[in-house]
Design a protein around this ligand. Structure first.
Ligand code: SAH
Length: 593
């Protein structure tokens, strides 16, 4: 919940505007005492927006400040609503994001972000959704200062791009001192790293210049008797991890059999660990080969193994090649008596991330915020050179770019999938929507189940053109590509005829190029067999780009020479009209006719 505080009439008006925009997310904390309202809001909310001067907000909240990890994020908005300042809890408290959101609601308001990592385009170590331990401020400072930072990862995890001063070095054994390692790994003459960032699920000795990111790599399988206490379970998890020198911060999930889904001690233990519970049917667990099957669980819940089998399944076995790190161990009740739980630990293989990102037609303000986020979430960007050029300025420093020219679709798809399978965070980009006559299909035809795929929709050319032409797509419509490079012309022609007979509005992609000039007149001719010569035809060239040119013509008058590969052509149906120079296809409701 986001608490709203204000003092003046202007502040109250802005406050109410925000409350009206976000009725389910906000709660107004009215006076009369601002101090009391602030204390209540601070205790009850995970975000605060204070329509107060920065100084007043600081004085009000200073006595309430506690732990950076637990305090709400605080944004203050000035009297004229020109600035939404992320004042406290920029990352952990979400204030940077909240300041951006508030600015989007209040007209003319700009976010003011002062956390160094955001300002410099660096990913904050605490923004990945992973636990991070150790000397986080020191390592962040070194990253920002451009000082050499050694990155040592046990596996390749899909991290965003890190700046060039963060250099990957081989991860070694934990017995050796970190300092010794780093000095030995550094090439002759290279400056010794000022700090080290480790990515590991193993326990590591703390160091003054060492931060550790905990990847979500451990699945803990749990077998539990009815009535087991959360304490007993957590003790067992802690001991199992400690015995194998594994870090609790990397536990991603507690897994068990369906029959235990409502076991209160298990749910409480998961809650205290901050991880979800995943359950599996007994039959699924029975099918997993385990080192220590036993008769007791078979009798009770119908599978010879709960802890080991559930750990392995949650870790992605059998496809993921997960391995058991800690075989089944029994809990030791605090007050003596019989053991009520068993636990086992398996490691998940790191999974890469393939984001298939549509960039929209070209204009920067038609690039969605989600697409922008994915571009900055990636360490590798794959795309056609001209599309890369469109968004290069948005990439984080250190992003690796694999660009290629027209015609290299298969190669781009292969590269993107191979990088993701190697565990990296990849953004495969395409103009418009990346799934429309674009890279999503060749890439996903190759992508195996061992990568996570995220699709980000983009404004496809037909929609950008439609908005510029008026309302041509108000009723049923089809998109047809006239490129016969990979599709035989007979197939294309059959579809054009079907669309013509069915009276679809039709948008032609890839309508005409220097070497392909007869297809468009031919397709228009087929449509003209079913539609009047004065049927409106929209020609939209370079929509959202420099040189945008949009005209409404007719089937009889369209000059194919004005059409090129940067154009889409939208042909109206038999009901489409031109009104005040704009294409309008009626929705077909009887009352409109
Ligand atoms: N994935 C893209 C389409 C790729 S096919 C999308 O969703 O928009 C390439 C064709 O798309 C071009 O030949 C042209 O017909 C059309 N196109 C792409 N961008 C365009 C733009 N900005 N203006 C007009 N047409 C465009």
């Amino acid at each position: 919940m986001i608490g709203l505080l204000s003092a003046t009439a202007a502040g109250a008006a802005a406050r109410d505007r925000l409350a009206a925009a976000w009725p389910d997310r906000t709660r107004v904390y009215p006076g009369p005492s601002l101090k009391e309202a602030a204390a209540r809001a601070f205790a009850e909310c995970d975000g605060l927006v204070c329509f107060l001067a920065a100084g007043a907000t600081v004085r009000l909240l200073a006595p309430l400040l506690g732990d950076k990890a637990a305090d709400p994020g605080v944004v203050c908005v000035d009297e004229a609503q020109q600035h939404a300042v992320a004042l406290l809890g920029g990352h952990a408290g979400g204030a940077n994001a909240l300041a951006r959101e508030v600015s989007a609601v209040l007209p003319g308001c700009r976010p003011v972000i002062t956390t160094a990592t955001d300002a410099a385009g660096l990913p904050g170590l605490d923004t990945l959704g992973w636990r991070v331990e150790g000397a986080v401020p020191a390592v962040t400072r070194a990253m920002l200062d451009g000082a050499p930072v050694a990155l040592r990862a046990d596996a390749c995890w899909p991290l965003p791009a890190l700046p060039p001063n963060v250099r990957e070095t081989a991860a070694g054994s934990d017995e050796e001192s970190l300092a010794g390692h780093v000095a030995r790994d550094a090439p002759y003459g290279a400056p010794a790293p000022a700090a080290t960032l480790r990515i590991t699920d193993r326990t590591v000795p703390a160091g003054p210049e060492l931060a550790v990111l905990r990847p979500p790599s451990l699945a803990v399988g749990v077998g539990a008797s009815r009535g087991v206490s959360a304490d007993e379970l957590l003790d067992a998890v802690e001991q199992a991890l400690a015995g194998a020198e594994l870090a609790p911060g990397s536990v991603a999930v507690l897994a068990t059999v369906d029959a235990k889904a409502g076991e209160p001690g298990l749910l409480e233990a998961a809650d205290r660990l901050g991880v979800p519970v995943r359950t599996y049917p007994a039959e699924a667990l029975s099918a997993v080969p385990v080192p220590n099957p036993s008769a007791a669980p078979r009798a009770a819940v119908g599978t010879p193994s709960v802890a080991e089998a559930a750990a392995l399944l949650a870790a992605g076995a059998p496809e993921g090649g997960a391995g058991l790190l800690v075989p089944k161990t029994r809990s030791v009740p605090r007050n003596g008596g019989a053991a009520m739980a068993t636990v086992a630990v398996a490691r998940r293989r790191a999974r890469g991330r393939l984001a298939v990102v549509g960039l929209g037609p070209g204009a920067r303000d038609l690039l969605t915020p989600r697409a922008r986020e994915e571009l900055q979430r990636a360490s590798v960007v794959v795309g056609l050179d001209q599309y890369v050029a469109q968004i290069r300025d948005l990439l984080r420093p250190g992003t690796r770019v694999a660009e290629s020219g027209l015609g290299a679709e298969e190669e781009r798809a292969r590269t993107a999938v191979a990088e993701a399978r190697a565990g990296r965070a990849v953004a495969l980009i395409g103009s418009g929507d990346a799934g429309v006559y674009a890279m999503a299909s060749p890439a996903l035809a190759q992508a195996s189940a061992d990568v996570d795929v995220v699709g980000v929709p983009g404004v496809t050319a037909a929609l950008a053109a439609s908005a510029a032409l008026g309302a041509p797509l108000g009723h049923d419509h089809a998109a047809i590509s006239l490129s016969d490079l990979h599709t035989p012309w007979e197939v294309i022609e059959r579809r054009v005829r079907a669309a013509a007979a069915a009276d679809f509005v039709v948008t032609f992609y890839n309508p005409r190029s220097r070497g392909r000039d007869w297809q468009l007149p031919k397709a228009l001719g087929i449509l003209a067999e079913h539609r009047a010569p004065d049927t409106p035809v929209g020609v939209a060239r370079a929509v959202g780009r420099p040189g945008e040119h949009v005209v409404v013509s007719t089937l009889a008058e369209l000059a194919p020479e004005q059409v090129d590969m940067m154009t889409v052509v939208t042909v109206g149906n038999t009901a489409t009209r031109t009104v005040a120079g704009r294409m309008v296809t009626p929705r077909g409701y009887r009352w409109q006719q």
